[in-house]
Design a protein around this ligand. Sequence first.
Ligand SMILES: Nc1ncnc2c1ncn2[C@@H]1O[C@H](COP(=O)(O)OP(=O)(O)OP(=O)(O)O)[C@@H](O)[C@H]1O
Ligand SMILES: [Mg+2]
Length: 131
Amino acid sequence: MSWAAKSFDSSFEGLKFMKKIEAIIKPFKLEQVKDALDEIGIEGMTVTEVKGYGRQKGHTEIYRGSEYTVDFLPKIKVEVAVLDNQANAVMEAIIKAAQTGKIGDGKIFVVGLEQAVRIRTKETGDAAISA
Ligand SMILES: Nc1ncnc2c1ncn2[C@@H]1O[C@H](COP(=O)(O)OP(=O)(O)OP(=O)(O)O)[C@@H](O)[C@H]1O
Ligand SMILES: [Mg+2]
């Protein structure tokens, strides 16, 4: 069996299930979301500039003082890989930091994560996403 296949199997023997939390947020909320995740001990994240729209189709939202007439609005996607038992705390922290109560606050998608590998050490599963 290849190294990758073995590592994949062992993550299931240990029953350490993981999730990937993908949050689409307003760009000006990124610092607050990052600080909130730091505070609960999250040790890594990936941030991407993205564009999207929700049910208002982007038409009625204001971004930096001007109303966008296009369908796609600038958003930030924050991705965090966590153990199952951290997922609720991460979602709550993101909501608390990113919520304004106005339209376009964003969404959180929770995705089952099959495997993670720290490339330097080849650690896998929970060892790859925590200290
Ligand atoms: N169903 C979806 N699938 C993928 N991405 C989505 C979806 N809905 C929203 N998004 C992403 O989230 C961003 C923010 O969505 P938004 O908060 O406007 O959702 P909404 O459903 O319109 O809620 P609200 O009424 O609070 O505005 C979008 O710009 C898009 O990037
Ligand atoms: Mg919307």
